[in-house]
Design a protein around this ligand. Structure first.
Ligand code: 2AM
Length: 481
């Protein structure tokens, strides 16, 4: 009888194949399976040729080839395919066996599956996997959550195959239920935000007349400073990329889709009531970009600003753009962590925020030096309520905010859209405001709908005023006009 496999992996699309090869290269024996069985043979005869990977011809065959407790990882399309596999696996498994979903599942689905499998005595893990094809093969960022009992069984595999940053694994246990997939969702939302910020910086620079090669040089410089990150690095290379027809970027259509986890992050932000404005703007910017035909028509009809983009000292302004990008990025991450904190409170997750920063520090799309700074902030103060209050980031915004304000106000005067840079600045100004105009809002609500308001110094006591003298004195507690 040949050696039993350490883990099975179902789903031989690009992520699944690369994760298998990664596990194999770390000395684990992996059993590969796929709905379309021919793909197993194809994989064994090609990509996995010469490896220790074994194949399975059916789920029964796969289950029989696994060590106990069995560990089965799904990398199939999120949604019903995951439920189908789980349902087919249940009768084949024993209590204590572990099913892991490494796809981009919605965190509520993961929480539900955890509950369903718990009843059957099975352990369930929903794990975020980030880093794309390359990450999956050589070291992804992994964000596992679900039944904690499963962690000790999968930890050796997960922490061996994941990326390492500063010699530490970019994979830690995240929390109960859907916590792992929630954190992955926020990661993707932050990725949307980072990309939008970079696009806005690019838009400003091209409007100021910089060539692609000049912009590439700027990104190269920023990549050697505090903005050092994978997304800045690839932007540098994209701007430099030429094929036989010249610069490729110039010929790419300016429309983007937004159907994935970025949108879910914005939805979660609204559901939890957390002002994650930058990611929201990043999603909406994609929606606006998709209205290409309407924009083309509108561009012929609607006039913009009278002032043409130009600056007296270009080098100075480019430096302002860098600071604006950096300050807005701090706000975006602060907002993302605010969302995780609120979700943790509501779902009873004990999230380790420094650990999350470390998981994102390497392997994934948002990997950056900046996440090292966030990790350090949470090491300095594990109870840190908001990143903006950490000494390092507070100082960074103090030194960059004049530049940030210059950039946003110039962009407005020039008529260049900077929704992420500007909404982040408005958030910053709102967050640091002792007084916001919501007193007027409360008065308006009470005026037209008798919704009541609180008086300063009498918090918790709700009163109603008959503002016009003609309405009644009765307040409305349920009516929402
Ligand atoms: P396939 O090769 O048989 O299509 C990514 O699409 C992966 O998810 C592939 O391994 C694919 O299997 C699998 N997949 C997609 N939809 C599925 C479904 N409804 N049931 C099972 N596997 C599915």
């Amino acid at each position: 009888m040949s050696q039993k496999a350490d883990i099975a992996l179902i789903g031989l699309a690009v992520m699944g194949q690369n994760l298998i090869l990664n596990m194999d290269s770390k000395g684990f024996i992996v059993c590969a399976y796929n709905r379309t069985i021919e793909k197993v043979t194809q994989f064994l005869n090609n990509e996995a040729k010469g490896s220790n990977v074994i194949g399975a011809t059916s789920l029964q065959d796969m289950v029989s080839k696994l060590r106990i407790p069995r560990k089965i990882m799904l990398l199939v399309k999120a949604g019903s395919a995951v439920d189908e596999f789980i349902n087919n696996l249940i009768p084949l498994l024993q209590p204590g066996d572990i099913i892991i979903d490494g796809g981009n599942s919605e965190y509520q689905d993961t929480a539900r599956r955890c509950n369903e499998l718990e009843v059957k005595g099975l352990l369930y893990v929903g794990s975020g996997v980030s880093g794309g094809e390359e990450g999956a093969r050589y070291g992804p960022s992994l964000m596992p959550g679900g039944h904690h009992e499963a962690w000790k069984h999968i930890q050796p595999i997960f922490q061996s195959i994941c990326a390492k940053a500063d010699n530490e694994p970019c994979c830690e246990w995240v929390g109960e239920g859907g916590a792992g997939h929630f954190v992955k969702m926020v990661h993707n939302g932050i990725e949307y935000g980072d990309m939008q910020l970079i696009c806005e910086a690019y838009d400003l620079m091209r409007n100021l007349g910089l060539t692609q090669s000049e912009m590439s040089k700027q990104f190269a410089r920023w990549n050697s400073e505090e903005l050092d990150s994978f997304l800045i690095e690839i932007t540098r290379d994209i701007l430099n990329y030429k094929n036989s027809e010249g610069e490729l970027l110039l010929r790419i259509r300016d429309t983007a889709g937004q159907k994935g986890t970025g949108k879910w992050t914005a939805i979660a932000a609204l559901q939890y009531g957390v002002p994650v404005t930058l990611i929201g703007e990043a999603v909406f910017s994609r929606c606006l970009s998709a209205l290409k035909n309407e924009r083309v028509e509108a561009s012929k009809l609607l006039k913009g600003a009278a002032t043409k983009p130009s600056v007296a000292n270009l080098q100075n302004f480019l430096n302002h753009i860098k600071h604006a990008l950096y300050c807005a990025k701090i706000v975006s991450y602060a907002q993302g962590f605010m969302l995780m904190r609120e979700a943790a409170k509501e779902n009873g997750w004990n999230l380790n925020y420094g650990g999350i920063a470390l998981m994102w520090r390497g392997g994934c799309i948002i990997r950056s030096a900046f996440l090292g700074n966030i990790k350090e902030a949470f090491t300095r103060n594990p109870q840190l309520s908001n990143l903006l209050l950490d000494g390092f980031f507070k100082k960074a915004i103090e030194s960059g905010q004049e530049s940030w304000r210059q950039v946003v106000s110039h962009a407005f005067m020039w008529g260049i859209p900077v929704p992420a840079l500007s909404s982040a600045l408005s958030f910053y100004d709102g967050y640091r405001s002792e007084k916001l105009p919501a007193n007027l809002l409360q008065a308006q609500r009470d005026f037209f709908g008798a919704h009541t308001y609180e008086l300063l110094g009498q918090e918790g006591k709700f009163v109603h005023t008959n503002w016009t003298g003609t309405g009644g004195n009765v307040s409305a507690s349920t009516y929402d006009a």
